[in-house]
Design a protein around this ligand. Structure first.
Ligand code: KG4
Ligand code: ZN
Length: 338
């Protein structure tokens, strides 16, 4: 049978990534994470596009090298068209276009949000693929969506955040506690040693399957300010309990909506994606939900949950199979619908 080699290129935010898939199996998955943003406490778009410019050629070379192939072996090139930061997307888009043109092979545009979900279809031993239809919960620093997935490219957003993304809720809470950016993984780390019921934070009142996290951040800020007035060492003395309580509240918010989504759609398969799905509390809670609620949950390998190009390549693979190619007039798009 014919071998389909897809090069995936991802540059929508602050990670420059390239991956090679052969018939849906990973041959290489390279990510250059940009460190320049750390000292600013968030991604600086102008710096991100400059770093993409510097990283893209070495990252793609590395991906081809590790895959043990040359560019002449490639069947098609898939790239992230959007959504994301315009200047960042432009780097990957222009590069993919010129490379596909130079090699005279198909160019495939990929929606980053669809790719986060399609990451579950990477051929990987020990990992089941969800069956259609399933629900996807995409949670990262930039996104929070509940998606009904009816087919590879038939997806409907049935809930989303009205303000901050889940990752931002983690990062902004961490910042209030004086933790460095991005604070999500640190909140997770301290939470594992803390009491999740030590402090109570209000859950937002948002209708339907939508989310809101900006109120949580504000209530954490007021709570911490009030406690610090009485005890200047409040944070350091209670860091584990504070983190566990914040994480517990966020998980409850997510789980409430997923229970609602299951009830509303009758779908019991839940697949998660995005950087926040690395959270140990979320993973544990979803695993427990299999027994507790009779759900089947899909938790991908960590490297396929954060921004990566393997997910772009697998989305490209499925588009390749149906001949869904982009033409050379295709442009990056900062905002694209699912
Ligand atoms: O998908 P990602 O790498 O980039 C995008 O935002 O698209 O997600 C990064 C986000 C950050 O907000 C980071 O704090 C959060 O994911 N994150 C976590 C954990 N690991 C990463 N949040 C909570 N617990 C974690 N273990
Ligand atoms: Zn992402």
């Amino acid at each position: 049978s014919q071998k389909i080699y897809i090069l995936g290129i991802e540059s929508s935010c602050d990670d420059t990534a390239a991956a090679v898939l052969c018939n849906g199996k990973i041959l290489s998955n390279v990510v250059a994470t940009q460190e320049v943003h750390k000292k600013y406490g968030g991604v600086v778009p102008e710096l991100a596009s400059r770093a993409h410019q510097q990283n893209i050629v070495p990252v793609i070379h590395e991906a081809l090298d590790r895959a043990g192939i040359t560019k002449k072996d490639l069947t098609a090139i898939a790239f992230t068209r959007g959504p994301g930061l315009m200047g960042s997307l432009l780097v990957g888009t222009s590069f993919a276009k010129s490379m596909a043109l130079g090699l005279n092979i198909p160019l495939i545009d990929v929606n980053h949000m669809q790719a986060h979900i399609l990451a579950h279809f990477i051929e990987e031993e020990g990992f089941d693929k969800p069956e259609f239809p399933f629900l996807a919960l995409t949670i990262s620093g930039g996104h929070t969506q509940v998606v009904k997935v009816s087919d590879y490219f038939e997806m409907e957003v049935i809930g989303q955040t009205l303000d901050d993304a889940v990752g931002e809720a983690f990062d902004k809470s961490a910042k209030i506690l004086g933790l460095p950016y991005p604070g999500g993984p640190l909140v997770d780390k301290y939470a594992q040693q803390g009491n999740p019921k030590a402090f109570q934070f209000p859950k937002p009142k948002v209708g339907d399957l939508n989310f809101s996290f900006s109120g949580l951040k504000t209530s954490i800020l007021y709570f911490i300010q009030k406690e610090l007035k009485e005890n200047p060492d409040f944070i350091s003395q209670n860091l584990e309990d504070i983190c566990a309580s914040i994480q517990h509240t966020i998980i409850n918010i997510l789980m409430d909506k997923m229970k609602k989504a299951v009830k509303q759609t009758g779908i019991r398969q839940i697949a998660i994606g995005g950087g926040v799905s690395a959270n140990s509390g979320i993973r544990k809670t979803l695993k427990e939900a299999e027994k507790k609620y009779g759900w089947k949950t899909f938790i991908p390998k960590f490297e396929y949950t954060t921004d990566n190009a393997a997910m772009i390549a697998i989305a490209g693979h499925y588009k390749y199979l149906t001949g869904d190619f982009a033409d050379m007039e295709v442009t990056a798009k900062a905002r694209i619908k699912m």
